[in-house]
Ligand binder design. Structure first.
Ligand SMILES: [Zn+2]
Length: 217
């Protein structure tokens, strides 16, 4: 069963690709954030522990996170796994190796959806939508046919999301680089990191990921 780590900054389409891999290949996405939220709500012994730790404002230990991942892997031994949000540190990467080895598995690929920061800034800051019908536009890539008038409903009112600004995009990129910096060299040294152009059309990105997973890339 394939085990992959999927990386990509906000805007690279990671969620879209993870959803597709789950639907098309029956893979399960192991998102650390989701798992902790679910565990917390589950009322299980480990869930109660997670709740107590989070309520105290403390970080859930690697041991607990790996235990949760192990539990999840064991619920479907025939499922491929997509790791999302874990590992973040070299220690976690080593813990993941151990966890997988205990199950006769290994990290097969680390796929990074790469983006060009300048292009991403351009893509995001130009977005706006019709305030009435919600049609999406872009200053450069998809302007209205008549300036200031919605093509679909004729409305002259538009809105922009306040977080679609250059500073937000650059901050998110910096956070992403800080989060992946500790683990990329670890996997690069093992020749596992593959980069896919996250700015390409969704179908092209999907085809490239498929080729990597099928060993035909
Ligand atoms: Zn409209």
């Amino acid at each position: 069963m394939l085990n992959i780590i999927l990386l990509g900054p906000p805007g690279a389409g990671k969620g879209t690709q993870a959803a597709r891999l789950q639907a098309a290949r029956g893979m399960v996405q192991l998102s650390t954030g989701d798992m902790l939220r679910e565990a917390r709500a589950s009322g299980s012994p480990i869930g109660d522990k997670v709740k107590a730790i989070m309520d105290a404002g403390e970080l859930v230990s690697d041991a607990i996170v790996t235990a949760l991942i192990g539990e999840r892997l064991d619920t479907c031994t025939a499922c491929g796994a997509i790791f999302d949000g874990f590992p973040r540190t070299k220690a976690q990467a080593e813990a993941l190796d151990l966890l997988l080895a205990e199950r006769g598995r290994q990290v097969d690929h680390v796929i990074e959806l790469a983006v060009d920061e300048e292009a991403l800034v351009d893509r995001i800051i130009g977005r706006f939508t019709c305030a009435k019908c919600g049609t999406g536009y872009h200053d450069s890539f998809r302007p209205t046919k008549v300036k200031g008038v919605c093509d679909v409903c004729g409305s002259t009112e538009f809105k922009r999301r306040p977080d679609d600004n250059e500073q937000t995009v650059r901050t998110r990129m910096a956070e992403y680089r800080a989060k992946t910096a500790p683990i990329l060299p670890f996997y690069e040294a093992r020749g596992l990191v593959r980069r896919v152009d996250g700015m390409a059309p969704i179908e092209d990105v999907a085809a490239e990921i498929d080729a990597i997973l099928d060993g035909t890339a």
